[in-house]
Design a protein around this ligand. Structure first.
Ligand SMILES: Nc1nc2c(ncn2[C@@H]2O[C@H](COP(=O)(O)OP(=O)(O)O)[C@@H](O)[C@H]2O)c(=O)[nH]1
Ligand SMILES: [Mg+2]
Ligand SMILES: [Zn+2]
Length: 358
């Protein structure tokens, strides 16, 4: 059962100490107030945290959708007690709205982040840049998904500015309504791969999920429009199994995506900008008015847009501010996470090269 939800031999190895205590592995598929819907080898169940977990864990350690757990399932009523959250391979988090700086974990163990935006209306490049940084920082692979191409005469042209800011992330243009372009997502919709849908409300996330699933798993804006009883759209996060075997997490739109990334994730998303720094005449160039500044030069030539340069500065300021607010422990954890991500990336790369050799 949990094999269908992405359980792997590597996870089984990590689980050995819990298995020895008689606990079962389980994955979080949805989260409600103080209650988690989980799947374990015994099927679906409702899980609660043990008293010990509640009294010792920080809120950041509480389970979120996508987490792997060690649980104890009560054979009589099927309820589960959550003893532990297994180490997270990736974690998508944000600074919550309202300036409190509170960190909110959104989804764990996501392999691929679909950053969903509608091609029609106001396609906001600055917002996408922000999502790209957050996705890279989570450890997941970002893929930009541009929806509603059926509403445009020339969708490829509308997608061009997005390709320019995507920092090498794949960009897929599609329509969930007509099915055009949906096959472009196939490389990531493989068995055991966890994909998260992220993006503004109304972008078409739930419609895409339903189209891929072949049935209405989540309410969409379309239902709300045709139903005057006011059924609402996505208000919670939930993980579903698609027919091809991929796991997909739908999320409600986030009005604000406060960043808490490390500089590396920002730089990876803005390689076109950061590559210029090395070619400024002065090593300590502030890129404002120094002679021989490569940034100002690129802007003058039209090779770099002022809007993109400003976006970089804005996100960097936000990160500096965030880093100061963070406690050092959190910052250290963040860096540790990056180290691990890079390690596994290197391992994957090696594996790939080895496969090519064979
Ligand atoms: N024309 C068109 N409309 C779409 C498409 N995908 C979604 N929509 C509409 O966009 C609105 C918002 O969709 P929804 O899936 O609820 O967005 P979400 O908030 O991101 O989950 C609804 O009215 C959908 O019918 C599409 O591919 N083409
Ligand atoms: Mg939705
Ligand atoms: Zn400069």
């Amino acid at each position: 059962m949990i094999d269908l939800y992405g359980w792997s031999d590597a996870l089984q190895t990590d689980f050995a100490t819990y298995a020895a205590r008689g606990l079962l592995p389980a994955r979080v598929t949805a989260q409600h107030r103080g209650l988690w819907r989980i799947v374990s080898p015994l099927g679906e169940a409702a899980g609660r945290l043990t008293g010990r977990f509640l009294s010792t864990a920080a809120p950041g350690d509480h389970p979120v959708v996508g987490d792997w757990l060690a649980v104890d399932v009560n054979a009589d009523n099927g309820d589960a007690l959550i003893h532990a959250v297994l180490p997270r391979r990736t974690l998508f988090a944000r600074r919550a709205a309202g300036g409190t700086g509170e960190i909110q974990n959104v989804a764990a163990n996501v392999d691929v982040a679909f950053l969903v935006a509608a091609l029609n209306g106001d396609l906001n490049l600055r917002r996408l840049e922000r999502y790209l940084v957050a996705a890279r920082d989570s450890g997941a692979m970002p893929v930009v998904v541009l929806t509603k191409c059926d509403l445009l005469d020339d969708p490829a042209r509308a997608a061009e500015p997005v390709v320019a800011i995507a920092g090498g992330a794949p960009v897929v243009t599609l329509s969930a309504n007509t099915g055009a372009g949906v096959e472009g997502l196939a490389p990531w919709l493989r068995a055991g791969v966890t994909v998260a849908l992220l993006g503004s409300s109304g972008a078409g996330k739930s419609t895409l999920l339903n189209a891929l699933a072949g049935r209405a798993l989540m309410d969409t804006g379309a239902i709300r429009e045709s139903d005057d009883r006011g059924r609402h759209t996505t208000t919670h996060r939930e993980l579903f199994r698609l027919p091809e075997g991929a796991l997909m997490v739908d999320t409600p739109g986030m009005r604000e995506l406060g960043l808490l990334a490390v500089d590396k994730a920002l730089d990876a998303s803005f390689e076109d900008v950061t590559a210029l720094f090395a070619t400024c005449r002065f090593g300590n160039c502030t890129h404002v008015s120094e002679p021989g500044c490569a940034i100002q030069g690129a802007i003058a030539e039209g090779a770099l847009s002022v809007a993109r340069w400003r976006a970089y500065l804005k996100l960097q300021r936000e990160l500096d501010f965030g880093a100061r607010k963070d406690d050092p422990v959190l910052e250290a954890a963040n860096r540790q996470r990056w180290k691990q991500i890079h390690k596994s990336q290197r391992a994957r790369q090696k594996q790939r090269l080895r496969n090519e050799d064979e």
